[in-house]
Design a protein around this ligand. Structure first.
Ligand code: 3BY
Ligand code: FES
Ligand code: FE
Length: 405
């Protein structure tokens, strides 16, 4: 494991408001630090309640090296566990969606209930205690239909302020009763922080996202341009009349805000027209801009009037990140009738593939001997600066705890 003093000196070497020193983007030991200090101790968006429709429905995925499992319970709540058998550790459910009344380990068939309790284990000693060998739980919080997990809930930040902000703003979108249209994962050969720095700015959007820029406003809602201030004020008035709060509301690891799409655009399509015939939100004929919510370290979402989109970046190695994209639509929307899957996914998919090129290219340049951390634009890269500042603060906080322990 990396020495705490080395992390400390790398953090000390970082100039404020600049990109990180090279080892943060490249080194295997710092990747391990990121997983423990960041990914085990934060709330991570893994998907939506709509993916776990019935009691016994499950979703299995890996966070870094840790397979996890989310299971819908009989009482309607969602429980989360490490997806590792308490016998000799085998992964119990293969990654993906499924439904089963019992969780059966494929190795020696130890069998667990949906609540994680061990029900049967063959050929064990007479004094073997099943009650002490249930699945290890993880933290789960559901808000407005979104499912967040924390692998080490004792170290998680308080979820309540984020819930209080997101729940009322997301409620009109009815995500809990929506349906998952599709989920598409791609692998970026880049450190997760390069993927997220790229995802936290739209400085590159005009030049690099010809499809997205048709509907996505290139300057933020807090723009100081007079026309845009007026445009936003009119939008905020229209939303208020429809009972839709615009925010923004934010905490140190989350941000929620509603803002208009480009004039005339109702969704993330090439011509601005809706992508789904059955709207999720009826207000204003679905012409409600987008509700964006983002959580550190690794996600952002957009809910327009007709669909919701999720982006999350899961580190799988020092220079490898899986980007998971999901789309939700109205529960009664029928594929091929109310929406076309290729059209629904086109703009964000092109965007994610373009961003993969950008992140991988960024990684190549950063890996070289010529890389020197550079300054962020205060105007266009404010959220990148916030993300990297938050990251450094978390590592510092962790070092202080380790030293005290
Ligand atoms: O975080 C967002 O909302 C956007 C989507 C496109 C780029 N990124 C800044
Ligand atoms: Fe699961 Fe043996 S490892 S039953
Ligand atoms: Fe981008």
């Amino acid at each position: 494991m990396i020495e705490a003093s080395r992390i400390q000196s790398l953090l000390d070497a970082r100039k404020p408001h600049h990109s990180l020193p090279q080892p943060f983007y490249r080194d295997a030991d710092l990747f391990d630090v990121d997983m423990e200090a960041i990914f085990h101790r934060t709330w991570l968006l893994v998907g939506f309640e709509a993916e776990l429709a019935e009691p016994g429905s499950y979703l299995a995925l890996a966070i870094g090296r840790s397979p996890i499992l989310l299971v819908r319970q009989k009482d309607g709540t969602i429980a989360g566990f490490f997806n590792s058998c308490r016998h000799r550790g085998a992964q119990i459910c293969a990654d993906g969606h499924g439904r089963t009344p019992r969780l059966v380990c494929p190795y020696h068939q130890w069998t667990y209930g949906p609540d994680g309790r061990l029900l049967t284990a063959a050929r064990m000693a007479a004094d073997f205690d099943k009650d002490r060998h249930g699945l290890n739980p993880i933290g789960v919080e559901c808000v407005g239909g979104c499912v967040y997990v924390c692998l080490s809930p004792a170290h998680a930040p308080d979820f309540a302020p984020f819930r209080a902000a997101l729940e009322p703003m997301l409620a009109p979108h009815r995500l809990a009763e929506a349906k998952l249209a599709t989920s598409i994962a791609i692998v970026d050969k880049a450190n997760w922080k390069l993927v997220m720095e790229n995802g936290r700015e739209c400085h590159h959007c005009a030049a690099c996202h010809p499809e997205l820029k048709l509907s996505f406003p290139l300057s933020a809602a807090d723009s100081t341009e007079k026309d845009e201030v007026e445009l936003f004020a009119r939008y905020a008035e229209r939303m208020a009349a429809a009972g839709l709060e615009v925010g923004p509301r934010s905490g140190d690891w989350w941000h929620v805000a509603r803002f208009p799409l480009n004039p005339g655009a109702k969704s993330f399509s090439l011509d601005g027209s809706p992508l789904v015939a059955k709207p999720m939100v009826e207000a204003c004929g679905g012409d409600i801009g987008t509700l964006r919510w983002a959580t550190e370290p690794n996600s952002f979402c957009h809910a327009a009037g007709d669909n919701a989109f999720m982006f999350s970046a899961i580190p799988t190695g020092p220079m490898e990140t899986t980007v998971v994209a999901k789309w939700l639509v109205h529960k009664d929307a029928i594929e091929g009738v109310d929406y076309d899957l290729d059209r629904l996914t086109h703009v964000w998919m092109e965007t994610n593939l373009q961003d993969r090129e950008l992140a991988e290219n960024n990684q190549r340049g950063v890996n070289g001997a010529g890389y020197v951390p550079g300054p962020y634009s205060p105007e266009a890269e404010e959220y990148v600066d916030r993300f990297v500042g938050w990251y450094c603060d978390r590592l510092r906080e962790q070092l202080a705890i380790d030293v005290a322990a």
